[in-house]
Design a binder for this molecule. Structure first.
Ligand code: GMT
Length: 377
């Protein structure tokens, strides 16, 4: 199949998932055309089956807001016309689903029928999408999709609760390449972070409000009082200055290291003893799954789709949003006893196996086949 993939090219989970999906499909022999405004961060290396089309948005003095959606729709038309594209798969509804709809309508006038699939990732529904500034367009373009997928059962329910959706929403959970994340920890790297053999507690995100970074730091503070440990914070975003300030206030600057955005997450997950994701909401929590694939137990909130991956008391723990004391105590249970830690590590990896790339990517391929079958003209 020739598939056009539209996504955000940044470190966010939707872009990571879309890129990993494209790479996996290319490995299986499909031709994949990424259409986005920047080379996706996880799109490294060369593959004969992967093509990249950059959307440029020319500016003009009249434009306070250069029209990205128009540029994207025009690029989709061009890519479909010239590359025998069979279908478009857009990740994150805003503005990708409406751009795909526009491209589809333009191509129809030329006798080209191009179906598009929309994968909902989370904030495109639960936060930004339901804002009434965007909602009518989001709702319309989701309904116009030839197929809709959501990355968790929770997100499917949220979508039905927030929008009038007239079609089935297929749940296809996020996935991880279990072999890639099964790295042996690099001792020298561990030593740099935790020179006296302290436990390494990890958080990785885009440092937005929804991630509750202050809770990450406070949970760490609870754990650190009993268990010698270091906090490694990967990523960057608007909440970082607040987080640094909080570390100063708590007097834990020497134990918390902010390392910014990182490419080689496999190496980082491998040295972590515990992963924290105390978010206000996660449709899924791809970073938690990647941590588990590396055998790192997770402490998360019982919000959104997180309970679909983290099993309380088995491969991690789930706490109420904001309950840093309980989540800190859970951390102490896991890290305080080597045998307990070992069993949580084992269970984390076992759980991640269920979401292995080899089990999930065929679900997308079947959906593509179904859509193409329904779309023969
Ligand atoms: O985490 C973010 O805010 C980034 C966002 C994105 O769209 O890039 O992530 C969403 O999609 C990920 C991949 O499907 C999910 O794992 C995240 O849980 C989801 N984020 C939220 O729902 C807040």
């Amino acid at each position: 199949m020739n598939i056009g993939i539209v996504c955000y090219p940044t470190f966010g989970g939707s872009g990571v998932l879309a890129t990993e999906l494209g790479k996996a499909l290319a490995d299986k022999g499909h031709s994949i055309h990424f259409i986005t405004y920047q080379q996706p961060v996880r799109l490294t290396g060369f593959s004969a089956n992967i093509f990249y089309h950059e959307v440029r948005v020319p500016t003009y003095p009249l434009f306070d807001f250069p029209p990205y959606e128009t540029a994207l729709a025009s690029m989709l038309v061009d890519v479909v016309r010239n590359n025998h594209i069979d279908l478009l798969h857009v990740h994150y509804a805003i503005p990708h689903a409406s751009a795909a709809y526009m491209a589809k309508k333009i191509l129809e006038t030329e006798g080209l029928h191009i179906p598009f699939i929309t994968t909902l990732h989370g904030t495109d529904i639960t936060l930004v999408g339901k804002d009434k500034t965007y909602a009518p367009v989001v709702s319309f373009s989701i309904n116009q999709s030839d197929a809709i997928t959501a990355v968790s059962n929770n997100l499917r329910e949220e979508t039905f609760a927030n929008f009038k959706i007239e079609k089935e929403i297929n749940v296809i959970h996020n996935f991880v390449d279990i072999h890639r994340f099964n790295k042996k920890p690099i001792d020298a790297f561990r030593k740099v972070i935790a020179p006296a053999g302290e436990k390494i507690i990890l958080h990785a995100s885009n440092f937005r409000k929804i991630k509750r970074i202050a809770d990450v730091i406070r949970i760490f503070d609870v754990i650190k009082k009993d268990i010698p440990s270091k906090l490694l914070l990967v990523g960057d975003g608007p909440e970082r200055p607040m987080a640094e300030e909080l570390c100063r206030e708590l007097g834990i600057c020497d134990d918390a290291r902010f390392v910014g955005k990182q490419q080689d997450m496999e190496e980082i997950y491998a040295i972590a003893d515990l992963f924290l994701l105390p978010s206000e909401y996660e449709s899924f929590g791809l970073s938690a799954l990647e941590a588990m694939a590396a055998g790192t137990p997770v402490i998360a909130t019982n919000a959104g789709g997180l309970p679909e991956i983290v099993s309380h008391g088995v491969n991690g723990f789930l706490g109420n949003i904001g309950d840093v004391k309980s989540m800190g105590d859970f951390g102490k249970i896991i890290l305080g006893d080597a045998e307990v830690h070992k069993s949580f590590k084992f269970a984390a990896r076992e759980q991640a196996l269920k979401f292995d790339i080899e089990n999930i990517v065929p679900l997308y391929e079947s959906l593509y086949m179904k859509v193409l079958k329904n779309n023969t003209h």
